[in-house]
Design a protein around this ligand. Structure first.
Ligand code: ATP
Ligand code: MG
Length: 273
């Protein structure tokens, strides 16, 4: 799959991957990597300039709106109707698929926006808007969810709650494609993670396996105001430092997914790294 906005730079550059049924598959990459563009391509908001997308065995170039009920899309910076209430925003989407009032209210309760149901969407905070968009994606009980930065703009405790809701849905069988630049989110949610940068998939693996392949675990010694980190395999040096008996504390350090991302991709997940 390839896409260029200006026919010069490829925002998504010849990527190809398969997501298994029941899996949570993540795209982890920095701002501007092409994550949102990838979701737009997968859900056919824009049309790939090369190759094609198959979802649940169907060619996305040929599906009709009824099929779209099986797909939930929660898009970063999604368009809500600002003057309609939260409830009405969901109602206009759900009506197309014959979803009833009770089901809409249940989803709002699940995402903890029920109390704000009669407020215009324009008055929602950023994190509430993200949850409203997510509610719209969930209301048709889709088999596959496409989530673009699903906890964007949320306070950490609400983000953790939303991740739990998503985990529960996955445990009930919902397949998910998630983009994020948050390594903790990727690690908590995803069975497999694609490292994604400049429109390309650099690697695909499980979080555990990334750590096995690239993560060096280290032991760090605090000696006075200095921290000395030693590779766990370097027994000689470890024993020497322990013997010296000048340390205040000893910790083991696991490589984080971000450390590994930098190693594999050559840049960090945040701007300017
Ligand atoms: N509508 C557009 N017109 C032209 N260029 C675009 C458009 N949308 C995105 N781009 C460019 O395509 C590239 C990928 O953008 P995209 O929004 O897919 O990245 P992203 O990984 O989702 O970033 P972020 O983490 O900031 O959301 C960027 O270089 C961006 O400037
Ligand atoms: Mg984006």
């Amino acid at each position: 799959m390839t896409f260029s906005y200006d026919r010069q730079i490829k925002a998504v550059d010849d990527i190809s991957f398969t997501v298994e049924k029941g899996e949570v598959f993540g795209f982890l990459g920095p701002s501007g990597a092409g994550k949102s563009t990838t979701i737009k391509l997968l859900t056919r908001l824009i049309v790939p300039q090369a190759n094609s997308v198959f979802i649940l065995g169907r060619d996305m170039a040929k599906v009709d709106y009824k099929f779209m009920r099986k797909i939930g899309i929660s898009f970063e910076n999604d368009v809500l109707y600002p003057t309609l209430t939260g409830y009405e925003n969901l109602y206009f989407h759900a009506k197309l698929y014959g979803i009833n009032k009770q089901e809409i209210e249940d989803v709002m309760k699940t995402l903890d926006i029920f109390d704000a149901r009669d407020k215009p969407a324009a008055q929602y905070s950023k994190g509430m808007k993200t949850r409203l968009v997510l509610a719209r994606a969930l209301v048709t009980r889709p088999e596959i969810l496409f989530l673009d930065e699903p906890t964007g703009g949320m306070d950490p405790d609400i983000a953790a709650y939303v991740r739990k809701v998503l985990k529960d849905l996955n445990n009930q069988g919902t397949t998910m494609f998630v983009t994020t630049h948050d390594m903790h989110e990727a690690e908590q949610l995803c069975d497999r993670i694609a490292f994604f940068n400049s429109g390309k998939i650099v690697d695909i693996d499980t979080p555990e396996s990334y750590k096995k392949r690239y993560g060096e675990s280290r032991i760090s010694f605090t000696v006075g105001d200095k921290i000395i980190a030693v590779d766990r395999k370097n027994k000689e040096e470890l024993l020497r430092l322990i013997d010296q008996d000048q340390w205040n504390s000893i910790h083991s350090q696991e490589a984080t997914l971000e450390d590994i991302f930098i190693k594999v991709v050559g840049r960090g997940l945040k701007d300017g790294e």
